[in-house]
Design a protein around this ligand. Structure first.
Ligand SMILES: [Zn+2]
Length: 347
């Protein structure tokens, strides 16, 4: 794995709608390995790699779109109260049980550290509503008002680190692990017979808002989203989450928003077997694949990605071997997508 890139990708702050720092990492990395990189009106970063000349002769190359989302679950300042404490709203699916007692960074005129202070009532263990929680920066009202205003974005402070062995921990592995795998695959893949569009999308966590226009603009024949697969961990039974960390990348058969194209799912599994890439079948939550699949007149699509434990928490876990397997699968897919398409039965 590429530690330096992983750290760069995961430590850039970027809640939904405020992905700029993460998108700069994506754009810079793609600039080193793509023929063209552009940003659309929503902020999606689109890296384009032209098909190799050999395959282009005589016909239009296949268009492959690979998409990972750059946004992470976070918050936004709503109101500064009389004591200088901040009310906030969530950006993406955030539980108060996760938010309470976490350290945060408010991206104001300059970054300001703060803590979401617990609202504990005696022995009461039931978490309060998000709207009742407050951020304490330790600064007096007059001072905080000079630095912060309603509408500023807030991220959790937890940077990425190696937990133990090959298991990493971070606040935003959904979906920065996906973005890391996409960028690393683009860096390592050779010339392909397909035109490849690597897209770092925005605003996935608030309803796939970036992938929709990105897919419309790219107009792909095949789309693959890269996102976390549902990993087994504490508090979940084996039948709830199918993927075991350390045992390979997840290939989505279905999630709440997409039924993966059966031919594509089969092809991805067969390719993993052929090339000795460890993989697991996944039943997932919902990803950018849905927006890609339903774009224009419909697109062949599914999702792949390393299993991530405790998504939408500040302590998400992911195994390095699964990141490597995801990168290997993406590279092999880019190299052979034209073969898959040529053999695709009409249906
Ligand atoms: Zn995600």
């Amino acid at each position: 794995m590429n530690r330096q890139l992983l750290l760069q990708v995961c430590n850039a702050p970027g809640t939904s709608g405020f992905e700029n720092a993460a998108q700069e990492v994506a754009a810079e990395t793609l600039a080193g390995c793509c023929d063209e990189v552009r940003r659309d009106a929503l902020g999606n970063v689109i890296g384009f790699r032209k098909a190799g000349a050999r395959a282009r002769r005589g016909k239009t190359p296949l268009r492959v779109m690979l998409a990972a989302h750059a946004d992470e679950v976070g918050m936004m300042v709503k109101h500064i109260n009389a004591k200088g404490l901040l009310h906030f709203i969530p950006l993406g699916g955030l539980s108060p049980a996760v938010a309470q007692s976490q350290r945060v960074i408010i991206h104001g005129r300059e970054p300001v550290r703060g803590a979401i202070v617990p609202k504990i009532n005696g022995e009461d263990v039931k978490p309060p509503a998000l709207g009742d929680l407050l951020i304490d920066t330790g600064l007096p009202k007059e001072e905080i008002e000079k630095l912060v205003q309603p509408g500023d974005s807030i991220t959790f402070e937890n940077d990425v680190s190696l937990l133990n062995g090959k298991m990493w921990v971070g606040r935003n592995f959904d979906d920065r692990i996906g973005l890391y795998c996409l960028l690393e695959a683009m860096r390592t893949v050779g010339r392909t017979a397909a035109d490849v569009y690597a897209v770092s999308t925005v605003q996935e966590e608030v309803g796939l808002r970036g992938a929709r226009p990105a897919a419309f603009g790219v107009a792909p024949d095949i789309g693959i989203a890269i996102d976390g697969s549902m990993a087994r961990g504490a508090y979940v039974d084996d039948h709830q989450n199918l993927c075991e960390p350390g045992r390979g990348t997840g290939i989505y058969v279905i999630d709440n928003l997409t039924i993966g194209h059966p031919g594509l799912v089969r092809y991805l599994c067969e390719m993993c077997e052929k090339h000795g890439i460890p993989y697991q079948r996944n039943i997932g939550g919902g990803t950018d694949a849905s927006a890609i699949q339903q774009s224009r007149a419909g697109v062949i699509a599914t999702t792949v990605g390393a299993p991530v434990r405790y998504m939408h928490s500040t302590v998400q876990l992911c195994h390095a071997d699964d990141m490597d397997a995801t990168v290997a699968l993406l590279v092999k897919f880019m190299e052979t997508a034209h073969e898959f398409m040529a053999k695709l039965p009409k249906r």
